[in-house]
Design a protein around this ligand. Structure first.
Ligand code: CP
Length: 330
């Protein structure tokens, strides 16, 4: 595997989930696969879970790890071509990338959306520059539009807990609902995009709910049912996956990356006990970090049915499977 950005990159999902179960049973089973191989993790943005879980995954496989925080100690990087670099950016990404590639065997990239230029963000420009100019396999640690390591961990978690929560009364498959929730800042669409993409590829009954104007890109929505009435969407749900995202610019191109309403007016979208009461005793999920009182109330996130900690723990498993696949293809 030379690139990990989308669910298709992993091939058969059942097989991938089988590998995840194998790793979970013995996470050091492949502890010599990465001997004398080096992972470089490049962070253009902050991280807690991705940083720790991916580093742990690499260590499970016997790899060496180098971490570069681009905004903390490295030269400030120019990413655009054709500019006269007379400002505060001392190095161009197009030199920096092959240099980085010369020190490692695999590269992980975290580079969030700028949320000002939809075309630039959705082209995954930075990720593809790394893929093209590093000469090394590259994987997304949340890029402009996707967060596949998170979505894979979410799917592993849903698969593990599907037997515990009962199933949708209608189809026999677990009903999974992705719900928008309020937030004071503009956030990217990477997590909901990938979650939607992976749920569409999985054997679940998938529904997306959000206020009008927050429609996700159709290539990620796929065959999911979109329900603007949050209560109707929650009815019979086995898993509630909450997340905020800014306007994806699908139905409102001029508002790309913006918050469409003052969040004070949207607090009825916060997932609280009343919302969870509409469901089939659903599990609550969120990728973290989460703002309590905005996305979810204390009682819901602290309830025994909340899966936020197990899904974060499964980030180590998803990253181990992905790195194992990459190492096996070197
Ligand atoms: N969920 C997630 O990616 O967390 P971090 O931003 O802390 O890595």
């Amino acid at each position: 595997m030379r690139s990990f950005l989308n669910v298709e990159d992993l091939g058969d999902l059942k097989q991938a989930l089988g590998e995840a179960a194998e790793i979970k049973a013995d996470r050091f089973k492949y502890d010599t696969l990465g001997k004398n191989k080096t992972l470089l993790m490049v962070f253009f943005n902050n991280s807690l879970r991705t940083r720790l879980s991916t580093q742990k995954a690499a260590m499970n496989l016997g790899m060496n790890v180098i971490v570069l925080d681009v905004n903390a100690g490295a030269w400030k990087l120019e990413t655009e071509r054709g500019v006269i670099m007379d400002g505060d950016k001392s190095e161009h990404l197009l030199e920096a990338i092959p240099v980085m590639g010369s020190y490692c065997d695999v590269i992980g990239i975290r580079s969030f959306a700028g949320l000002t230029d939809r075309e630039y963000d959705y082209a995954e420009t930075v990720y593809h520059q790394f893929l093209r100019y590093s000469g090394k396999p590259v994987f997304a640690m949340e890029t402009a539009t996707v967060h596949p390591l998170q979505a894979f961990a979410d799917l592993i978690t849903i698969s593990e807990y599907s037997g515990c929560s009962g199933h949708s009364r209608n189809s026999g498959k677990p009903k999974v609902v992705l719900t928008w929730a309020p937030h004071p800042k503009s956030l990217p669409q990477a997590v909901p995009n990938s979650f939607a993409q992976w749920m569409n590829a999985a054997d679940v009954d998938f529904v997306i709910t959000h206020p009008e104007g927050y429609e996700l890109d159709p290539r990620f929505v796929g065959n999911a049912r979109v329900e603007y009435d949050q209560k109707k969407a929650f009815e019979g749900a086995d898993f509630i996956y909450a997340k905020n995202w800014s306007c994806p610019g699908v139905t409102r191109p001029e508002a790309y990356g913006k918050i469409l309403h003052d969040y004070h007016q949207m607090m009825h979208w916060t997932v609280d006990a009343e919302h969870m009461g509409w469901t089939n005793n659903a599990h609550f999920m969120h990728c973290l970090p989460v703002r309590r009182g905005m996305i979810v109330t204390d009682d819901v996130i602290e309830a025994p049915s909340s899966l936020v900690i197990p899904e974060a723990a499964n980030r180590e498993i998803s990253a181990t499977v992905v790195l194992k696949r990459i190492l096996q293809s070197l």
